[in-house]
Design a protein. Structure first.
Length: 208
């Protein structure tokens, strides 16, 4: 009886040894499979994933009833256009009354209105001024395109990298787009009112 038991022990030990080798081999195969798995792709930049209402962009009021910006590419396009018009409108809303009050350059129409498409008088503006405006516009547009298509993961529409005072912050971005929207409405009202009434909103004698 003892001899049978003693003869069975090596056989049992052999099975245990073979089993442990098989388990180690399985573990190695699993580790190799994990090591061979490709690394997950990096997350897409915000400009490729943003949506109306997700709070990525400053001034996002979750308002797009016509669904004209129903994907990230359209949203980026329309925000680029909006921020450019907003910045130009803020300059125009400031420059319009200043030009009428001071009559700088003596460019007002005979009835004291600022030169514009609706008021006329643009032909009297010096060609050097138009050349400078065109050059500046081309420069800033190129800067925007470089930022937009330069594979910058942190780029959002309107972020041209120009912040000499270091004032960039979420609150300042909200203030900029809010004031820009107000300015777009204001400059439109200026132009329409003067075209209809044929009178200056800010007469040159206001300071006299």
């Amino acid at each position: 009886m003892l001899s049978l038991v003693s003869s069975a022990l090596p056989l049992t030990a052999g099975f245990v040894h073979v089993g442990s080798m098989a388990s180690r081999s399985t573990v190695r195969m699993q580790e190799a499979a994990v090591a061979e798995e490709p690394a997950p792709p990096p997350p897409l930049p915000k400009i490729k994933t943003m949506r109306v209402g997700d709070g990525t962009l400053a001034g996002d009021m979750n308002f797009d009833p016509l669904m004209i910006a129903d994907n990230s590419d359209k949203l980026a396009w329309y925000r680029e256009a909006e921020i450019k018009h907003a910045r130009l409108a803020m300059l125009a809303a400031f420059g319009w009354p200043i030009s009428e009050i001071t009559n700088f350059g003596k460019l007002l129409t005979t009835d004291g209105r600022a030169p514009s498409l609706l008021n006329g008088g643009l032909g009297d503006v010096n060609g050097v001024y138009w050349a400078a405006v065109a050059g500046l516009a081309i420069y800033w547009e190129s800067q925007g395109l470089d930022k937009q298509f330069g594979k910058k993961d942190d780029y959002l529409p309107g972020m041209l990298g120009f912040d000499p005072l270091g004032a960039d912050s979420p609150s300042m971005r909200n203030a900029e787009i809010t004031n820009g929207r107000v300015a777009m409405v204001a400059i439109t009202v200026f132009a329409l009112e003067e075209a209809v009434t044929k009178a200056a909103i800010f007469p040159v004698n206001l300071l006299q």
